[in-house]
Design a binder for this molecule. Structure first.
Ligand SMILES: [Mg+2]
Length: 377
C-alpha cells in the first residue's frame, strides 16, 4: 500500500509569522497558530499512518543576518511543544537559500522532496498545507493538492488569479477546517441532469459560506434558491436551461430533483451529522420547516396560497418543488406556514428550509458516528 503525507509549511502555518521581519528571532515571538496543537494531535491520533513533514524556506539561514543558533532555539522549542502534544514530525526539510539564488530546493521547487516523488506515495491523498500561494504551487509541482490558510474570499481570489484552482483542495480559515477536511473529506455534491425538457447543473458545498450563483430563467425562483444557499451557509450553484416556452413546470420540478440529488451526494456517509433540523422564522407569517436526513422521503405540506403566481413562479409548483426535493434528497420534510402576505410566506418557507439544512448537516468530527440506532441512514 502506498504511503501518504502532509507537507506542512512552518511560518504562518504552524507558528505565527511576524508581519514585518517575516522571521521568528526570539522566543517572545514564538506563537502557535490557534488550534494547531489540538488539530495536529487529532490527525496524528486518528490517522497514524499519515506522515507529517515540515517543509520550510528559511531565507539566508546560517548567514550573519540569520544565525543557525537563532533558528534552532526557536525550532527546538516549537518541536518540544508539539512533542508534548504527541506530535512528532516524521521529517523536516529546511531550505536556507534566498529567492534570488533560484535553487530547486527552495519552495515551490521540489528539490528537497524527491524521496516523496518516486511513486511510493499516493499523491491523491497527500496535501501541502501553507499560508502562501507558493505552497499551492508546490502542491502542483508535487502532483498533489494544496490547502491554503487564508480568509476565504482573499484566498479563493489569489488561487484564481494564479490559475491554481485545480491544485487547491481547500481554502481554510483555521486548523479546525483543515483537520475536518483531512479526516472526514469534503462534502460537495455535483449533479448534471439533462433531459429533453431541461438542462440543469447543480453544485452544493455543505461546508461553504453561503456563496450562491443561481440562474433558472425565473426571477422569483432564483430569489428563493438564493435563500437556500445564503441562509444554510452552503455554497450553491444552480444553472438551469428549461423549456420555459412550454411553462415553468419542468424547470422548477427538475431543479428540485437535481438539488435533492446534490444534497444527498454531498451528505455522503452522513457520519457525525446532526441529521435533524427545524426552524420557526416569522415576519407577518409563521413558517416552520422540520427535516430529517434519515434516508427516506416524506412530505407533509400545510401551506395555502390564494394567488396563482408569486412573481413568475406558479404557486401550485411550491408543493411540487418540495415533494421532488424530499424524494431525491431522501429526506423527511414537514412544512407548515400561515400568514397573509404570499411573498413573505413562501420566502419564509425557503429560509426556514435553509436554516433546517444548516442545522442538520452540521458535522462533528470528534463525535464521528452515524446518528442512528439502526446503523444505517
Ligand atoms: Mg508560510
Amino acid at each position: 500500500m502506498k504511503k501518504t503525507a502532509l507537507f506542512i509549511d512552518r511560518d504562518g502555518t504552524l507558528i505565527v509569522e511576524p508581519p514585518i521581519t517575516e522571521q521568528v528571532n526570539t522566543l517572545d515571538e514564538l506563537v502557535f497558530l490557534p488550534g494547531v496543537l489540538r488539530n495536529l494531535h487529532f490527525i496524528r491520533e486518528k490517522l497514524p499512518n499519515l506522515e507529517l513533514v515540515i517543509v520550510t524556506n528559511q531565507d539566508g539561514l546560517g548567514t550573519p543576518d540569520y544565525p543557525t543558533e537563532t533558528f534552532e532555539r526557536i525550532q527546538n522549542k516549537m518541536l518540544e511543544v508539539f512533542k508534548g502534544e504527541g506530535v512528532v514530525f516524521d521529517d523536516i526539510k529546511i531550505d536556507p537559500t534566498r529567492k534570488e539564488e533560484n535553487k530547486p530546493t527552495r519552495k515551490p521547487g521540489t528539490g528537497m522532496l524527491t524521496q516523496y516523488m518516486d511513486g511510493t506515495y499516493d499523491m491523491e491523498h497527500c496535501f501541502v498545507i501553507g499560508d502562501r500561494i507558493t505552497d499551492i504551487q508546490l502542491a502542483k509541482n508535487l502532483g498533489c493538492k494544496g490547502i491554503l490558510i487564508k480568509d476565504r474570499e482573499n484566498g479563493e481570489k489569489e488561487v484564481a488569479d494564479n490559475n491554481l484552482q485545480d491544485s487547491c483542495a481547500l481554502v481554510a480559515e483555521n486548523w479546525d477546517q483543515i483537520s475536518e477536511f483531512i479526516f472526514a473529506g469534503e462534502r460537495v455534491g455535483t449533479v448534471q441532469r439533462t433531459t429533453k425538457e431541461t438542462d440543469i447543473y447543480v453544485r452544493i458545498n455543505l461546508d461553504g459560506n453561503g456563496k450562491t450563483d443561481i440562474s433558472s430563467g425565473l426571477g422569483f425562483f432564483d430569489h428563493m434558491l438564493d435563500q437556500i444557499g445564503k441562509h444554510s451557509g452552503c455554497d450553491l450553484t444552480v444553472k438551469v436551461k428549461g423549456d420555459l416556452n412550454v411553462d415553468e413546470h419542468h424547470t422548477i420540478e427538475d431543479t428540485a430533483i437535481a438539488l435533492g440529488e446534490a444534497i444527498y451526494l454531498a451528505l455522503g456517509n452522513k457520519r457525525g451529522i446532526e441529521r435533524y433540523g427545524y426552524c420557526l422564522p416569522m415576519d407577518d407569517c409563521l413558517c416552520q420547516v422540520a427535516l430529517d436526513f434519515g434516508g427516506r422521503p416524506w412530505l407533509v405540506w400545510d401551506a395555502k396560497f390564494n394567488r396563482e403566481y408569486v412573481g413568475d413562479m406558479p404557486t401550485e409548483m411550491f408543493l411540487h418543488f418540495f415533494k421532488s426535493l424530499s424524494d431525491s434528497a431522501k429526506m423527511n420534510l414537514n412544512i407548515k406556514a400561515e400568514g397573509d402576505n404570499e411573498h413573505h410566506k413562501i420566502e419564509g418557507i425557503f429560509k426556514a428550509l435553509a436554516r433546517a439544512i444548516k442545522m442538520a448537516v452540521k458535522r462533528d468530527i470528534y463525535k464521528y458516528e452515524l446518528p442512528s440506532t439502526k446503523g444505517t441512514l
